[in-house]
Structure formats: C-alpha cells, structure tokens
Design a protein around this ligand. Structure first.
Ligand SMILES: C[S@@+](CC[C@H](N)C(=O)[O-])C[C@H]1O[C@@H](n2cnc3c(N)ncnc32)[C@H](O)[C@@H]1O
Length: 213
C-alpha cells in the first residue's frame, strides 16, 4: 500500500468524541501515524507478517495501520472500554480482524516475548507522572523485535537513559523529530492547537537480537 493511501484511510477513522483528560486521550493524526508505520515496515521490516501490539490503542489508529500494512495479527490494548468500542468499529469498517483487550498496561500479565513489534503513542506522563515510562518498561519486556513509540522531545535524555539502563534495551534510536499538533482537546488548552515537538523512537529489546556475526 502506498503512503498516501494509508494516510487517507487513517484519516477516515473515528476518533475520541469525549476524551478523558486523566488518560491523556489525544489521537495520533493520520500524517504521523501513517509515516510511523510506513517507516517501521519499509525501513526495518517490522510490520508485514509480524504479530503487532498497539499499546494504549485508543480508537485504534496505529494498530489499524499495522493491519493495513499486512501484519499477521494485531492486538490493541487500552484501559478504556469506550475507546475499544470505537477501535473495533474502525477495524470492522476496514474489514480488518484485530483483537482488542481491555487492560491497564501496568497489569498486563504477559510473561514472555509474545509479540514481535509494539507500536504506541503512550500518555506523555503530564497527567500521571511516569505513565510513559510504565508503557515503555512493559513494551520492552514483551516485544521480541522492536518497539516504536512517541515521546516528548524534551524528555529525550531521560527516555534514552531509562530504556538502556533500566529497561534493558539494546538500542534506543530517535528516528525523527515531529511536530505534533494536539487539537484543542481539553478546556485548559488555551490555543486552538497545541504544537509540541515529539520524537519517534525505535527501541530494540536486549536479549532478542540475533546472534552477532
Ligand atoms: C495519547 S492516547 C493515544 C491513542 C492512540 N494510540 C492513538 O495513537 O491515537 C493514549 C491512550 O492510552 C490509553 N491509556 C492511558 N493509560 C493507560 C493504561 N494505564 N493502560 C492502558 N491504556 C492506557 C488512553 O486511554 C489512550 O487511549
């Protein structure tokens, strides 16, 4: 599938109608989501024929993009049942077979590397300190191949240190810096759009790299 077609299909998905501030529910727009998944597939081969999980899937954009790019199986996980209902409708609309699980990421009981790739736009941790790091820590335990994640650029050094020193990543690479146009989702956002710099990361979990040659 071409990038423009992917972006256009993602642009047609339903998004949060009544976002919950405490869960930091803001969607990844089609421009960023399409490029995130397209890069994961076309530069690294991390999507097609892989088992992909979308952590904090919300209305399902990233997982749907993985499905459209040929993932073998996609699992979307979110703590919020209303978001999962919308995500299911979005997947159905595009005739994608995606499993949705209601769960707090911190309580995910997966004991081993059960998925190849994780894609996520976790809460930035502005409402609940450390929420972004909770997601990253779990993701690096249960992915065998790669974790793609968006984090505020202002946290770059912290994210890198935590990934490499605490969460056992073997590599932590910023693929690109993006401008994230947060729609005026919440009343406390004064401007119409809140424009922040965000890094797209690719992490590789440690024990899962192939043998060195
Ligand atoms: C920034 S939104 C991203 C939504 C969607 N992935 C996207 O890219 O459009 C973060 C999502 O994480 C979910 N979330 C927040 N805390 C969570 C937790 N502890 N466990 C699971 N999901 C959580 C929210 O409900 C929300 O859907």
């Amino acid at each position: 599938m071409k990038l423009k077609q992917l972006e256009s299909l993602l642009g047609g998905l339903q998004q949060f109608s009544n976002p919950k501030v405490e869960l930091e529910q803001y969607p990844t727009g089609p421009h960023i989501a399409s490029r995130m998944l397209y890069t994961a597939e076309n530069s690294f081969g991390d999507v097609c024929d892989k088992v992909v999980a979308d952590f904090g899937c919300g209305c399902g954009t990233l997982g749907v993009a993985a499905g459209l790019l040929g993932a073998e199986h996609v699992i979307g996980i979110d703590v919020d049942p209303e978001s999962l209902e919308l995500a299911s409708l979005n997947a159905e609309e595009l005739e994608l077979d995606i499993d949705y699980v209601q769960c707090n990421i911190k309580n995910l009981g997966w004991r081993a590397e059960v998925v190849d790739t994780i894609v996520m736009n976790p809460p930035f941790g502005t409402r609940k300190k450390g929420a972004d790091m909770d997601f990253l820590s779990v993701a690096l335990k249960v992915a065998s191949q790669a974790v793609y994640s968006l984090h505020k650029t202002s946290t770059r050094d912290h994210v890198k240190r935590a990934a490499l020193q605490q969460f056992n990543a073997s590599s932590a690479e910023v693929i690109c810096e993006l401008r994230y146009d947060l729609p005026q989702t919440y009343k406390f956002h004064k401007k119409r759009e809140v424009d922040i710099a965000v890094d797209l990361w690719r992490f590789v979990p440690k024990s899962k790299q192939g043998p060195e040659v």
